[in-house]
Ligand binder design. Sequence first.
Ligand code: COD
Ligand code: ZN
Ligand code: ZN
Length: 376
Amino acid sequence: MGTSGKIIKCKAAIAWEAGKSLSIEEVEVAPPKSHEVRVKIIATGICGTDDHVLTGSFPKVDYPVIPGHEGAGIVESIGEGVTCVKPGDKVIPLCLPQCGECSSCLKWNTNCCLKTHLCNPQNLMPDKTSRFTCKGKQIHHFLWISTFSEYTVMPDSTVVRIDDAAPLDKVCLFGCGFSTGYGAAINTAQVTPGSTCAVFGLGGVGLSVVMGCQAAGASRIIGIDINKEKFGKAKELGATECLDPRDYEKPIQEVLIEMTGHGVDYAFEVVGCLDTLTAALASCHMGCGVCVMVGVPPTDSRLSFDPLLLFTGRTLKGSFIGGWKMKDSIPQLVSSYMEEELKTDVLITHTLSFSEISEGFNLLRSGKSVRIVLLF
Ligand code: COD
Ligand code: ZN
Ligand code: ZN
């Protein structure tokens, strides 16, 4: 008895309102409509952004909602007109669409598809209805992909087929954390061989930046974090030195300028704070340093810094999901992983069952984990 065309009942984690913890519920998942795909999620990572959804600090979320955006699964069924995947394919849901048609998708130098949540709400499917119900109530989607549900429906612009042999409990990280950090170094900064890099924040995304800097041939990679427990993994992945700003009386940018003589070639902000963003910019070489903003500071915050920091030639730029056009790039990154060129398994510190999702969020908040993967 196939499930195609039928409603599927399954487990999902719902945030009923901001400020409340997730509750695991039985949801009904409607079949995919035209240009939609229903996916059985096998594994999903927990990302800091999911926690922002729970606390209410992620902008433009409608509750109740099923969060999750770092998953991997298998196509269960497809709607009319879908040609990019078929039932049985292993896939990664994409938290940034690549529609292939908008003015951004047609440019080579941006991945910021105009269907992203930053341009259009993704709390309902493109036809403005939801495929999820629970206890008779409509439940919202998150970034169109809601990977905290055993079955989930997404537009065909937000899903891509990957290698049939890929281990889904490992490559789910390519859906967000790893790709975001690694691409910031490789694509956005375009780190050059022999350069000096500073990475502010050594969580899963910051460690992926470290991996990108090392892959690009940086000769010095300085990791900065207020949690010294992060230093071991950072060194394992390529950091040459690690600093805790609280060990110094001087501001950390002054320490970095003294250590390097002239400032770093590339600095990455991977914390999501205004103070670390300004410090990262000020720690760059005054004539040619590039500061890349990876973290998103709190909603409605405003940046204030001495404009002379830019006048002499520093560059401040943002990096959105590592600059990858996700449909084109994620399958290639997964292939590199399969060829053992990317050691992303090191980032996974905990693998739990989906029913342990609340423990997963507690671990994330405790700072004792890097990446937590949940298995359905
Ligand atoms: N100085 C140095 N390190 C600090 C400081 C500080 N003042 N404060 C905190 N830290 C460290 C923490 O100890 C921790 O190790 C690290 O910063 C943050 O790591 P995590 O594990 O909390 O977070 P990550 O690595 O999963 O994600 C970090 C982001 C900054 C990317 C995230 O919070 C964010 O802003 N996401 C939105 C941006 C985005 O594009 N995301 C992709 C889709 S989610
Ligand atoms: Zn994320
Ligand atoms: Zn597009």
